[in-house]
Design a binder for this molecule. Structure first.
Ligand code: NDP
Ligand code: OXD
Length: 316
């Protein structure tokens, strides 16, 4: 056996996919699978995890670093028995690129009236709809972290007017930015609201009736559009439904929900102006995840600081 410290894997990917990715990862290190209930994890120093079983930290009491299988760490931070050790978030261009593709796709879908054309197609109805220009529509991105920033820049390239909001104010070329104190001004300019916020006590339930009511009225899309790929816990789903039914919102694209999978009885499934994806905006690439964890372990063992460490007091 190698004298390099062992790694535990506790991910909810298909085991075959994990095994294929492991063929090129953690060379010279023992890799243990938490799903093998007989495996001795007592000496493992690193864990790569996503929604692990409740007994992981009892079985692996000597961990030094946790690697989250996703960019969002709300579920990791709420794990029972979570040890006081660094948690490294997953940050990788594959994840960022996928998310920006999803966000740009959704903004374009509402700009170019895809939900209305899909309805017309189902009814074999030939009718050209108005075509506002991207430059006439302001997209407000809430959360200008790794994902929000890239999405904002790509939306800008597509020609949208883009503004952004985050806890601390950011400087982005060609994009007006706001901090928490500027929320009213930010919302009052926004035609398409994009949520790319982590779920924290501050962001829980933030997308509610009051917030939707502060979005810009009278824009070129016939009303504001809400797009969320951050976390479902940030949206009050009954308020989203009511805002769509009452016309406060003209449309929505939702990838995340208060409870996942989204209940079959949810009216959101049947709304013609709503596009739904099953928390699939940007899936973690398991090869990239292992490559990242391996690089961070090498840094850690060489005495260099870990990167993308979660700030537990901020919750992300
Ligand atoms: P980052 O940590 O890089 O960025 C988070 C951003 O949110 C930062 O700009 C931060 O502000 C801002 N923010 C946090 N709390 C507040 C607050 N209370 N008020 C205002 N702004 C706030 O995260 P990522 O960009 O990497 O990821 C964002 C989220 O996307 C993840 O947490 C996860 O929930 C979700 N996600 C969803 C996926 C999907 O498939 N649907 C896939 C991957 C991630 P500041 O810059 O000042 O710190
Ligand atoms: C993530 C996610 O946080 O998949 O990476 O939601």
């Amino acid at each position: 056996m190698s004298d390099k410290c062992a790694v535990v894997i506790d991910l909810k990917f298909e085991r075959r996919e994990v095994d294929q990715a492991l063929a090129d990862a953690f060379k010279g290190r023992q890799v243990l699978h938490a799903s093998d209930k007989g495996a001795d994890l007592s000496q493992a120093r690193y864990a790569v995890l996503w929604k692990p079983d409740a007994d992981l930290f009892q079985r692996a009491p000597r961990l030094d670093v946790l690697f989250s299988g996703g960019a969002g760490v709300d579920s990791v931070l709420s794990l029972p028995g979570l040890p006081e050790i660094p948690i490294v978030r997953f940050v990788d261009h594959t994840l960022t690129t996928r998310m920006s593709e999803w966000v740009v796709l959704q903004c374009l879908a509402h700009l170019r009236q895809v939900p209305a054309y899909l309805k017309q197609q189902r009814e074999s109805h030939w009718r050209e709809l108005p075509q506002p220009q991207a430059s006439e529509v302001t997209v407000g991105v809430m959360g200008l972290g790794v994902l929000g920033r890239d999405a904002a820049e790509k939306l800008k390239i597509m020609g949208f007017e883009v503004i952004g909001w985050s806890r601390s104010r950011k400087a982005l070329e060609g994009i007006d930015t706001y901090d928490t104190g500027g929320l009213d001004d930010f919302l009052g300019r926004t035609d398409i609201l994009v949520g790319l916020l982590p779920l924290t006590p501050q962001t829980r339930g933030m997308f509610d009736a009051a917030l939707f009511g502060r979005l810009r009225k009278g824009g070129r899309l016939g009303g504001p559009v809400f797009i969320n790929a951050g976390r479902g816990g940030s949206q009050v789903e009954t308020d989203v439904v009511a805002a769509l039914q009452g016309g406060t919102l003209a449309g929505a694209s939702l990838d995340v929900f208060e409870r996942e999978p989204l209940d079959r009885a949810s009216p959101l499934w049947r709304m013609e102006n709503v596009l739904i994806t099953p928390h699939a905006a940007s899936a973690s690439d398991v090869r990239a995840l292992f490559r990242n964890a391996e690089q961070q372990i090498e840094r850690h063992e060489a005495g260099d600081p870990l990167q993308h460490v979660v700030d537990r007091s901020a919750g992300y």
